[in-house]
Design a protein around this ligand. Structure first.
Ligand SMILES: NC(=O)c1ccc[n+]([C@@H]2O[C@H](COP(=O)([O-])OP(=O)(O)OC[C@H]3O[C@@H](n4cnc5c(N)ncnc54)[C@H](OP(=O)(O)O)[C@@H]3O)[C@@H](O)[C@H]2O)c1
Length: 247
């Protein structure tokens, strides 16, 4: 069993990844901004109700689940990440990091203000880069696997998506450079299409369109793809995975 750190663990996709990895018996480090939300998620994972609904092996129902720790930081403030990690009791080895935290703020270039650019670039790109830098020693120890939850917008920029798309294009560059620099690590970029979550609800509101969760990819589906990528035998690595909505 491995140890995995997940950012955006309280969000739609990150939470589904946490549930799947926990159910497989992995140790987790749940990362987010709110200690209360993180602790609620940790309690949910450890509760018998979760085990009873997710576990098919009856022997595991009575066994204690794997350890779950939490670490609190704000990716919008990458200069403070090092201090936040130093205060946390992080494991010395990490088998994987899933970068799922992200923010979106849509609008035409003519209207997007500097703070909107800065926030999306900090959280979606600079924060992910700085966190990666700080976690590299633990990842190298385990010959670990990084998954960057990118977006279709990381491959194509559409009208009103400039800042978000720029952050995700940058995230692709970060992953590609890292893969070339750290051959002992596995690096995967995942590019989901519209996925039912709070982020998508905000995007649809900003597009003046209705939010219909059943019309989008479900977070659990994206999470299954991510967990499968993490489980791929290390004679191969899934480098770039696009996930589109089935028609
Ligand atoms: N939903 C989609 O349609 C879609 C499509 C393609 C790609 N994606 C990508 O998928 C990833 C997950 O998105 P989602 O749909 O699961 O969105 P979500 O439900 O809105 O979750 C976003 C997560 O990011 C965290 N976060 C936001 N700002 C943060 C900050 N400053 N510091 C630390 N954590 C922060 C949130 O944590 P808090 O609890 O602290 O708020 C939350 O856990 C994102 O990278 C997104 O860009 C989403």
């Amino acid at each position: 069993m491995g140890t995995y750190l997940i950012t955006g663990a309280t969000g739609g996709i990150g939470r589904a990844v946490a549930e799947l990895l926990y159910d497989e018996g992995h140790e987790l480090v749940l990362a987010g901004r709110s200690p209360e939300r993180l602790h609620r998620l940790a309690e949910h994972l450890g509760s018998p109700a979760f085990g009873a609904t997710q576990t098919i092996d009856p022997a595991r129902l009575s066994a204690p689940g794997p350890p779950v720790r939490t670490v609190t930081f704000d990716l919008a403030e990458p200069r403070r990440l090092e201090a936040a990690l130093a205060l946390a009791d992080l494991p010395a080895r990490l088998d994987g990091v899933v970068h799922s935290a992200g923010v979106i703020d849509l609008g035409p270039v003519a209207e997007l203000e500097a703070d909107q650019w800065i926030d999306q670039l900090m959280v979606n790109l600079v924060g992910a880069a700085e966190l990666t830098r700080l976690l590299l020693p633990a990842l190298r120890t385990a010959r670990g696997h990084l998954v960057f939850v990118n977006s279709g917008a990381g491959l194509r920029a559409r009208a009103s998506w400039s800042a978000y798309a720029a952050s995700k294009h940058g995230l692709k560059a970060l992953a590609d450079s890292l893969r070339a620099e750290e051959p002992a690590l596995a690096v995967t970029s995942v590019y989901p299409g519209r996925t039912a979550s709070e982020m998508q609800k905000k995007a649809r509101t900003q597009e003046s369109a209705s939010y219909l969760p059943e019309s989008y990819i479900q977070p659990l589906t994206v999470a299954r793809v991510i967990v499968n990528a993490l489980a791929t035998p290390r004679d191969a690595v899934l480098t770039n995975i696009s996930i589109g909505r089935a028609t």
